[in-house]
Design a protein around this ligand. Structure first.
Ligand code: ZN
Ligand code: ZN
Length: 250
């Protein structure tokens, strides 16, 4: 779809949003008037990853497993990706919310999702001097949608945590979408896709980074972004996402 059509569609959606009674972004049920975009039922359906979890990536470990057993989710992540935290598991209505943020662009939705994300971060996990960096999308995808959903979440997260937002990375076109690729293909597809914004290297050097994205799947994208940040001198990289897909979800 061309950019003009996209813009027109967004405009129409915004108009409908003004004239129709508000509906829940998760299930379309009518909402009581007020600032909320998610109904109480959908809010209770959003679940964080259950305990026990991997200490590094917070993937559910299952009970009764020896602590020495390597985590199947993060054992192939590059060391530059220090840890990952996520607000909710990718299950209904989280998938609908992620889709709505990507294509619907409601600012209220970003506020709700970012609120859940900052709640997933223990105070001790927010290292002193952290900067918030969004995972960038490619220029062509950003032109199509009009914005990058990760940047939208990162802006609200940075504001809520009172940390500077630094859009330190760009993503080159090519490679295509990660959807429908296997784990090792995803890694090869995204390796080298991120480039530093040159004059921002000085701001990243020796700083801990909170890397923000909407969804964590295999960690291939975040791993490549973390390596690019480490090459700029980042001290450590904590990935913070709204949702996490686990094997079997795809
Ligand atoms: Zn709902
Ligand atoms: Zn793990």
């Amino acid at each position: 779809m061309n950019t003009m059509k996209q813009t027109a569609h967004r405009g129409i959606r915004r108009l409908l949003h003004l004239v129709l009674p508000p509906a829940c972004a998760g299930c379309q049920a009518p909402l009581a008037p007020g600032p909320h975009r998610i109904c109480p039922r959908c809010r209770t359906l959003l679940k964080p990853p259950p305990h026990p979890r991997c200490l590094r990536c917070h993937a559910p470990r299952g009970t009764g497993l020896p602590a020495s057993r390597p985590c199947p989710e993060c054992s192939d992540w590059p060391a530059e990706l220090t840890r990952a935290r996520t607000a909710v598991l990718m299950a209904p209505p989280a998938d609908t919310l992620v889709h709505a943020l990507k294509y619907g662009g409601w600012p209220e939705l970003a506020t709700f999702m970012a609120g859940r994300m900052t709640g997933a971060l223990a105070p001790a996990e927010l290292s002193a001097g952290s900067l918030v960096v969004p995972v960038p999308t490619t220029p062509s995808r950003e032109r199509e949608r009009g914005y990058n959903q990760a940047a939208r979440l990162a802006r609200v997260v940075a504001h809520a945590l009172d940390r500077p937002l630094v859009e330190a990375l760009t993503r080159v076109d090519g490679g295509g979408t990660q959807v429908a690729l296997h784990r090792h293909q995803r890694r090869a597809n995204v390796e080298g896709a991120f480039r530093p914004v040159e004059d921002l290297s000085g701001r990243i050097r020796s700083r801990p980074v909170l890397l923000v994205d909407d969804v964590l799947t295999t960690g291939a994208t975040a791993g490549a972004a973390a390596r690019a940040l480490a090459a700029m001198g980042a001290e450590e990289v904590t990935l913070l996402t709204f949702a996490r897909a686990l094997p079997g979800d795809a």
